[in-house]
Design a protein. Structure first.
Length: 390
């Protein structure tokens, strides 16, 4: 049984009537074949249509030989005349994307001779895989050319070429097709074998945005958007940039330079903080000069700062240096070390006695402990440590 493909006669048909020829149950779904349909089945890189048959949701549409199979959760009895409704929002989006993809692929083919070797209409972007390299600058030029082209509102030509006719036509095709071939021509931009649904005038595509290009296999993969999807994408980005501009009290066109300036300022501040920290570590090390085994408490130091502080003091105190940062509520971080010494036993004892955990090398250990400050001082004073700034 052959299904009449109404979308080839009128690509804008949103509602139609068809007679149910068969309905077969399969794994909890029903496969319904009509004598005619406006539902486009998945094919040629274009996803299937969505919509309803007599108000029942069509969950997928596939092609099997001459038949188009509508997959539903509910059965419809054979012989019945049903009304089909296409989800037009979904279909028109796909038409915009698919038509735009042909034009971009055709322009690239003209400009660089590369072929589109992979095409996917994903939920977020359309991707085109090319068998050659193009740069971001070249991509921008193609984007500009593609938009200029669609605004000239060319009428698409769709026709079938016989075996003999197609020999003379320089059309793009991913596969070798036997017999007659359906060709979609965007005059001056592209001629390509295709079974998909296209807009009739290129102005309907509205907008083409080439989002990215990156190396992929032997060539590149381009991400792109057309029509409403491109518009939404650009609106989202505009919104993001506007919010940044408001946050920085700038005009939207000034954000990039301002962010670059802020990055520079942050780098300068980090350098200043680092210098001040280094001076602080050196000053503390100076105060510990020749004091032997020392215990220190420091405010707001992270593990890295603790390591740097201990390192500086180990050079001056001529003994073991133990540095702590934290408070009785949250606990303490520590760094304990001795230049060319061995603090393993001390750290083990400390972890055991003061609910600590951590370790490291024989001459240096870092970790955390959960004891109060006075217990830490007791522990070290009992071992002859000098508590600096008690
Ligand atoms: Zn196509």
């Amino acid at each position: 049984m052959k299904t009449e493909r109404l979308f080839y006669n009128d690509v804008y048909l949103k509602e139609f009537q068809g007679k149910v020829l068969s309905c077969q149950g399969q794994e909890g779904t029903f496969r319904i074949v009509l004598d005619q349909t406006a539902f486009y089945p998945e094919g040629g890189g274009q996803p299937a249509d969505k919509g309803f048959l007599d108000g029942k949701k069509v969950i997928d549409v596939v092609e099997s030989g001459d038949e188009i199979i509508h997959i539903l959760h509910e059965p419809i009895e054979p012989g019945r005349l049903v009304t089909g409704q296409i989800d037009w929002e979904h279909r028109f989006r796909l038409m915009q994307q698919h038509s735009g993809e042909h034009i971009v692929s055709g322009l690239i083919h003209h400009a660089f001779g590369y072929d589109n070797v992979g095409f996917h209409m994903g939920s977020e972007f359309i991707t085109i895989d090319l068998n050659g390299i193009i740069t971001e600058e070249q991509l921008s030029q193609i984007e500009a050319d593609a938009n200029e082209y669609i605004w000239t509102n060319q009428k698409v030509k769709i026709f079938y070429a016989s075996e003999e006719e197609k020999e003379a036509l320089p059309y793009r095709s991913k596969i070798e097709i036997q017999g007659a071939v359906r060709l979609v021509e965007y005059p001056g931009a592209d001629l390509c074998a295709c079974c998909g649904t296209h807009v009739t005038y290129t102005g309907e595509i509205g907008l083409i945005k080439l989002v990215s290009v990156r190396h992929f296999r032997e060539g590149v993969r381009i991400e792109m958007l057309c029509g409403k999807d491109a518009f939404r994408y650009l609106c989202d980005h505009y919104e993001q940039n506007s919010r940044i501009a408001v946050e920085l009290s700038l005009k939207p066109k000034e954000t990039y330079e301002a962010v670059r300036r802020l990055e520079g300022e942050i780098l300068d501040l980090k350098n200043t903080i680092n210098t001040m920290k280094r001076e602080g570590f050196a000053a503390t090390a100076h105060r510990c000069q020749g004091k032997g085994n020392v215990l220190l408490f420091a405010d707001h130091m992270d593990s890295n700062d603790l390591r740097r502080q201990a390192d500086a003091v180990m050079d001056t105190c001529s003994g073991i240096c133990a540095v702590f940062s934290g408070n009785d509520q949250a606990g303490y971080k520590y760094a304990v070390g001795e230049r060319d010494g061995n603090v393993r036993d001390l750290v083990k004892e400390m972890n055991g006695g003061l609910q600590g955990r951590g370790g490291g090398k024989p001459f240096f250990a870092q970790g955390t402990l959960a004891a109060p400050r006075k217990d830490i001082i007791d522990f070290f004073e009992r071992r002859g440590f000098v508590c600096i700034d008690k």
